[in-house]
Structures are given as C-alpha cells and as structure tokens.
Design a binder for this molecule. Structure first.
Ligand code: ASP
Ligand code: MG
Length: 416
C-alpha cells in the first residue's frame, strides 16, 4: 500500500490512513506501506535549498528533501501502534534501498527485503518512507519528484506482493484531469504502455518510473482513493483503476476506446538555438553536455538545413532544469557554434494517448484540426506508436485539453 502526500497531510489524515491499513491487515494480508511526505512539505524543503544556493549541490539537496518522508513514516508507525497494531518503520538506509549516485533523481538498483519480510512474517506492519535510498558511497539519495510511487512498486517487486495499491487523492486514473474537464471519465483499466505515456506527459497520478518498473517487474498496480469511509468497496474488489499488461487487459475490457487519455504538462521549457552549423556532430555537441549533467531532453526538432549550412534546433527540458541547461549551453557557445539561445518557460505539452491508435489513421489530423479551430498555435510536435504530443502556449493548456476531450468524443455523457 502506498499513500501520497495529501493522504498524509496531518495527524487526522494519518489516522485515517492507519485505519485503512489496519483493515487491510484484518482482511488477512501481510502489509508493507510506503508513504510520501505531507503535501507541500517537499516543495517547502526544495524552496529552502534554492534560497540557500540556487545552483545547489544535489547531494545536499537530497539530505534536506529526504527528511519529509522520514517524518511521515515514523508518524504512521506511531499511529498504527496507537490503534493496537504492531508496526515498524524502515528508512531507506536501514533496509537498504540501493540506488545509483544520480542525486535528486537516483534509480533504484535493488532492495534488501529480508528484514522487511521477517518483520512482516512476525505480524508487524512495515512502514517505508518513499522517495529515499542509499548510494554505494553511503549517501542518502532521492528518486526525483513523485518518487514514492517508484519506491512502492520497487518494494512490491522486492517482496513479491500480489498487488501494489497506490492510494491517492483521486479515485483512479481519468481520461483527463477532472479539474480541467468536468466530463472526464474514470478508467477501469489502463495498460502499462498507456499509463507510461500518460505519466510521462504529465498526468500527475503516478511517477513515470514507477510505471516502467511495474511493467518490467510485472507488478499489478491499482490507483485508488484514500478518502473513503468504512463501507467503501474493499481494495481487493478493485474500486480504482487497475494498471495491467496488454494481454491481461484484452480479457478484461471489451469496449476499448480509440483514445484512452489526454494529458497536459506545464513543467516543460523550450530552448531554441539559432543558426547551428549543419554538419555531422553538431547536435551531439549540444546534447552530450546536457546528458552528462543528467538533464532529460524531451521533444527535439531540427529543421532541414538551409543553403547557408545552418539550422535552428528546438528542444524541451524540464522547467526545473532550464537554468542549468541554459548555463551549460552558454558555456558551450563556441564549441557548438550557434548564434543565439532563446528560452521559453511558458509552454505546455498536450498529449493524446491510446493503444487504439496503433491500428487507426487520422488521430493526429483530428488533433491538429481541433486546435486550429480554436486558434491554438502548435510550436512543436512529437509522436510515438500510441501518442501524439504538441507543444503550445501554457496559457492555452486548459482550453486545449477541453477541446480535445470533446473532439475525440470522450466526454462522459457521450460515452456508450
Ligand atoms: N515527497 C516527494 C515529492 O513530493 C516524493 C513523493 O511524494 O512521491 O516529490
Ligand atoms: Mg505523487
């Protein structure tokens, strides 16, 4: 079981979480619980780091931000104990949860689960802070924002859990953000592939890495609400959205729609380098240093060179990395040989996702037409087998999502 920040925000909510956990144990399960920091806490801690040093050392950032989950894991263990349950917390370094040393975005390399399994077998509820791990160098690491989801899936895989229930402030995965589109529908099932695309394009329900890990390890994940009362449908009856493999889904869901979901991501920033020399190796000199600095580049557009032997290169990076990327590229100006660097943090990426588009034409055309009809300008496009994404002005995000939800006939009242 994993509980997100909203579910852990304050003593009263932690008590409700403890009750949900206790019921699951009473239903005959051995339970491991992974928790997030209280809602807003990680942002607050990140703020302190930025104030201390805008170009902060990620290793020290990890020391600061990992503390949020330490607090909630201890508090949940205490609360469970107050309800008469046996409970014990296990910090990332105590298990340990091994990660690489990419501070602030570390990858889990393995979990020593013996201690956990022994504790659970002895009837204790194991409480594990999400987000944190231990590098080979013996330093605290964190897994990147939203990393507790990945911790939960990793723990589930490590102990061979039947299911990983991710309790959050929504009752499942929706066709799009219900706060933007009132007629969004809850999905009963989503494939790993679709969820991966939805997660990676900013549907903030799950961290992307948690989904790829679940896919790799075959962990069945359910997203469900923690804001439930005692007579709510038991988790074992799958009241939320179940994330499963393509094969399992085929047997489960007969009425697949063409498009499964629409996601928006405002955490992207656009960088344009003008007049880059159009010769072999030019883009390698741009993206090499970014890769070395662990900056993920997403959409990339390079125009065909014009007669001058120059071309513009446009790409996106996470907003949080914009300043670092810009600093790096400015330092490389001579080596790359570009003319100007133009950045824009006020962009959003809108994506439509669905395994159905593998076998259907016209999905992109519908998207471009619908956006054009509302005068929304497309700044960049990228596609995969099951996704079409466009980059637009951030101010038009909500409008674009609504327009597309209607264009693909996904609105709740139109559903079969
Ligand atoms: N507390 C961390 C964050 O806010 C990790 C998590 O909650 O998943 O990003
Ligand atoms: Mg989260």
């Amino acid at each position: 079981m994993k509980f997100g920040g909203t579910s852990m925000a304050g003593s009263e909510r932690i008590r409700r979480v403890a009750n949900i956990v206790r019921r699951q144990q009473a239903a005959g399960h051995e339970v491991a619980v992974v928790v997030s920091a209280m809602a807003g806490e990680t942002d607050r801690l990140v703020g302190f780091c930025r104030e201390a040093n805008p170009l902060y050392d990620p290793a020290e950032y990890d020391v600061v931000v990992a503390s949020g989950e330490q607090v909630t894991s201890g508090l949940l263990a205490l609360t469970l104990q107050s309800l008469g349950c046996k409970a014990r917390s296990w910090l990332g370094w105590q298990l340990p949860i091994h990660t690489d040393d990419a501070h602030a975005k570390a990858r889990i390399e393995g979990i020593d689960s013996e201690a956990l399994l022994a504790s659970m077998a002895a009837g204790e509820i194991a409480v594990i802070p999400g987000f944190q791990g231990l590098s080979d160098a013996g330093r605290v690491t964190t897994l990147g924002r939203g990393g507790s989801d990945t911790s939960a899936v990793a723990v589930a895989a490590g102990i061979g859990a039947d299911r990983c229930d991710i309790y959050t402030d929504v009752d499942g995965v929706y066709t799009t953000d219900p706060r933007i589109v009132a007629k969004a529908r809850k999905l009963k099932y989503v494939t790993y592939e679709e969820m991966l695309e939805l997660a990676s394009v900013g549907s903030k329900v799950l961290q992307t890495r948690s989904v790829s890990l679940a896919m790799k390890e075959g962990v069945r994940v359910q997203v469900l609400s923690s804001f439930i009362d005692d007579d709510a449908t038991p988790a074992d009856e799958i009241p939320g959205t179940l994330i499963v493999s393509d094969e399992e889904l085929e047997g489960l869901d007969m009425e697949r729609q063409l498009i499964t979901g629409i996601a928006a991501d405002k955490n992207e920033a656009k960088i344009i380098l003008t007049r880059v020399p159009d010769r072999p190796g030019a883009v390698a000199t741009i993206f090499g240093p970014l890769a070395q600095a662990n900056i993920n580049v997403d959409m990339i557009i390079q125009n065909v060179g014009r007669d001058k032997g120059e071309t513009d290169v446009t790409f996106t990076v996470p907003s949080a990395d914009l300043l670092r990327a810009q600093t790096l590229l400015e330092a490389q100006k001579e080596a790359i040989g570009y003319n100007r660097i133009i950045t824009d943090g006020k962009v959003a990426k809108i994506s439509v996702v669905g395994v159905g588009m593998k076998s259907h034409a016209g999905v992109a055309a519908t998207m471009f037409r619908a956006l054009a009809d509302r005068g929304i300008n497309i700044q960049a496009i990228s596609t995969s087998e099951i996704k079409v994404s466009v980059l637009i002005d951030e101010d038009e995000t909500e409008l674009a999502v609504r327009v597309l939800h209607t264009a693909y006939e996904m609105d709740a009242d139109e559903a079969a």
